[in-house]
Each structure stands twice: as C-alpha cells, then as structure tokens.
Design a protein around this ligand. Sequence first.
Ligand SMILES: NC(=O)c1ccc[n+]([C@@H]2O[C@H](COP(=O)([O-])OP(=O)(O)OC[C@H]3O[C@@H](n4cnc5c(N)ncnc54)[C@H](O)[C@@H]3O)[C@@H](O)[C@H]2O)c1
Length: 368
Amino acid sequence: MTTTYSVELGNRSYRIFFTHNDCKELKANLKQSFSSNLRYAIIMDQVIEDTLENNFSGLDFLPHPPAVKITLKAGEQSKSISGLEKIYHELVNNGIDRSGAIVAIGGGVIGDLAGYAAASYMRGIGLYQIPTTLLAMVDSSIGGKTGINLPTGKNLVGAFYQPKAVFIHSSFLQTLPQNEFNAGMAEIIKYGLLADTNLFSQLQMIGKLSSKHKDLPNIIRTCCKIKASIVRKDEKETDSSGGRALLNLGHTFAHAIEAASGYNQYLHGEAVAVGLVLAGKLSLRLDYLSQKDLDAIIKLIKEYDLPISLRNPLPIATLIDAMRRDKKILHGKFNFIVLERIGKAIIIDNINDHWINDLWLEAGATVN
Ligand SMILES: NC(=O)c1ccc[n+]([C@@H]2O[C@H](COP(=O)([O-])OP(=O)(O)OC[C@H]3O[C@@H](n4cnc5c(N)ncnc54)[C@H](O)[C@@H]3O)[C@@H](O)[C@H]2O)c1
C-alpha cells in the first residue's frame, strides 16, 4: 500500500510516496507523477545499477524509458566538478531541455550531485528523488539541499533546490551493506534525540532494527515527517534560534572528524554517531541530560556497531581547525546543537572552548 506525506513549501511543495514489497506500486506512483512525454535522465552509480539489475528487475519500475541513463562511479569522489561536468554533457547530448527532468536513483552522493545538476542545468529542470540508502531515505532526499564537494572541502558548492517528488521504496534496502544500513541508523537515532521521545523509546524497545523489520517503513516515515516539518518552517536554515540547524545535531563534531581523517575513514553516519555522543556529553556537562540519558544514547548507538569515540587518534588542533571552517560557524562563533532533554534539541553559542577540548581528548584526540 502506498502512503504519502506532503512537504508543504508553498509553490515548491511536493509529496513523498512510501512503498515497500514489490515495485508495482512504485511504478504506479511514478506514472502518476510523470507526464507520458516527459524526457528525463536517470542518474545513478555503478553499484546501484548492478544491484537493481541483479535483484530488482532493473529499471522496470520506470513508467517509460529514460532519454539517457547516466552512470557514475560509486563513492564520494563522484560528487565533484568532474561528475557534474559528465552529467551536463550527457544532458546536452541527449536533448534534455528546460521541460526535461533528472531522476536520481541512489544514496546521498547521487541525490546531492543529481540535485545540483538539476538546479543548475538550464537554470533549473525537474528533479525526482528515488533514494536507495537508509541515509538518503530519511535525510538527504528530502529538504532540497543539493551540492558537490570541492578539493578544499565537502558540500562547498550547492543550492537549495526542492525535488518535484520523492519515492521511498524501502525494499531497496534489502541489498544495502550492513555498515551502510548502520550509518543510516545514526541519522534515525538523531531524529529521536532532537525531536521525538517516542521514536527514541521505540528504537530502545526494538533493540536492533534491520532492513526486514516490520517497523522500519513506519520509522522511515516518522523521520521524513520530522525533517519535513522542520524544513517547512526554515527552508534555507536562516532561523538563528534553531530551526533547520537543529537537524545538525552532532554534525559539527562529525564534519570535523570526516575532514580531519581525510574523508575516507568514516562513513558519514559513523562520524555522526561519534558526534551524537559528544553532543550528549556536552548536554550532560550543561546539566541538561543525566548520566542515565547519556548511557541510553550510547547503548543505542552501540547496537548498530557504530563508533562512540575516534577509531584512531586525530590531532586536536586539526579537529578544532576543521570545526572553524564548518558552514555552521556564524560570525566566528561556534554554534552547538545540544539536547535540553531526549527529544528536544536547542542551539547554544556560549560554550567554553575548554569543554570542547576536553570532549575531543576524551574521544581519543591527541594534543599534537
Ligand atoms: N542533502 C542532504 O540533506 C544530505 C544529508 C545527509 C547526507 N548527505 C550526503 O549524502 C552522502 C552520503 O550518502 P549515502 O550514505 O547514501 O552514501 P552513498 O550515496 O555513497 O551510498 C553508499 C553506498 O551504497 C551503495 N548503495 C546505494 N543503495 C544501495 C542499495 N539499495 N543496495 C546496495 N548498495 C547500495 C552506493 O552505490 C554506495 O556505494 C554524503 O555525500 C553526504 O554529504 C546529504
């Protein structure tokens, strides 16, 4: 059965379609959303192309054949200027004009890259997201953040560009490697922590969620609703009292870990897991959370074999430098998202530098 949820953004509103089991309903929903003469390009990576071919009858779920299929190498390196250039060439060579569209099939890498291609090609063409990783289903495919990396940093070029529809078919997760599934769980735990006590309790009760668990489709839907309701109120992250920035719980630490370790030692969700623990510890230090709360967070994160501290020591100076370059620094001040309690995040900007140093040291950073 298909269920839907509307992301209300005025004339940029769109629906998220949720399906699971076989692909017939996914196909019907796509058919409903695409006009029969829509010329569109499919963008995916090699791994997802092979996975669909070997496990899901290929691209049979598409309502009519695409004008072009653009396949990139799997991995973060495709989210780059050269990846974007390849897409532009293929779009031009295959006659995609301003009435055309891009359909992104894949994880956050493909979604962000294809999204930015759609935002910039001919000043904007239609974009449809079909996320295939847990992280993309609960996070990156919704909300309109698109972009690519520069050699100097992650996500430094991008645009807010909302899709026309998002199609979440949770059965695609059955082929997702366990470590990628676990990385997506870090973002799900994040939603429970920042906005939904019931979700957090549900996750505690389940113990360990898997791609086949009967509650997973509902949990994905809950996360999408949380994200959509936050994005609706603060689409472009300009609300200084929190708003969309609250979705970055744990991310100031996580981005520093990813940057300081050269983007190749942690999956994004793994770095987020460490970031959530550090945000929890900061919240304990501020007397918002109790030790019991912090222990509950750590227990849940460990269920998914996610790290709770640095895997290998990283120099504290490099981590702090990376934090300073993060986009979440405004007017030279660190803004931290902390937990007032489990289920409610707040933004705070008067954190003592020593506390941050202590947290990093406790997490395994080295002084030099
Ligand atoms: N736009 C946003 O709001 C937002 C939010 C969070 C993260 N992101 C971005 O998302 C990216 C990370 O996304 P990700 O974690 O989805 O990684 P990813 O896109 O690299 O996908 C992970 C791997 O899983 C493979 N894969 C995808 N679906 C599969 C499936 N169903 N079965 C088997 N293999 C599959 C991919 O080919 C890839 O090798 C980062 O670039 C990050 O910056 C964006």
